[in-house]
Design a protein around this ligand. Sequence first.
Ligand SMILES: [Fe+2]
Length: 195
Amino acid sequence: MSALQELFSDQLKDIYYAEKQIYKTLPKMTKKASSPDLRAAFEKHRGETEGQIERLEKIFELLNTPAKAKKCPAIDGILEEGAELMEEHDVGPGLDSAMAAAAQAVEHYEIARYGTLLSWSKELGMKDASAILMETLEEEEATDKALSKLAVTKLNKLASADDDDSGDESGDESDDDNEDASSAKSVSPGKRKKA
Ligand SMILES: [Fe+2]
C-alpha cells in the first residue's frame, strides 16, 4: 500500500465518523431553529447526509474494506461549539443566525476534507470513487451557499432587528426626549443616564 493509499483510507474513516456525528446533530439543531426556512434547510441536509454516509460506504466497498469510522477531534470540536451556542442563546433570531454560521463551519470542514479526498482519489486513479466524492462535494458546496443566502437575506436581518440580549435598547425609549445628541453618543445602550 502506498503512502497516499494509506492517507486516503485514513481520511475516509475520518469523514465517515464526521458524517455520522453530523447526522446525529442535525435534528437537535432543527428543534432549536425558529425560522421555518432554517428548519427546512437542516432537514434537507439531514436527508443528504444520510445519502453521503451511504456513498462513503460504497467507497469502502470499492476498496474492499469494511466501513469503519475513526474519531475525528476536529469535527467533534466544531460540533461542540455548536452545542454551546444552543445552550448559551435562547431560541430566537439570534440563535438562528448563530446556528446557520455553525452549520457553515461544518460545511467548510467537509468541503476541505472532500476536496482532499477527491484529489487523492484522482491521483490514485480511482475513477468510481472520484465520481462519488465529486457528487458529495457539490452537495456540500450547494448547502454552504444556500445557508449563506438564507443568513444574508433573512436570518441576519431578523437577528439585527431583535434585541433580546441587551435589554432596553430598542423602540420603547419614548421617555428620553431630553437626551441630546451629544450625550447619547457617550452613553451605552441600556445605561442611559437620568435626565
Ligand atoms: Fe456531509
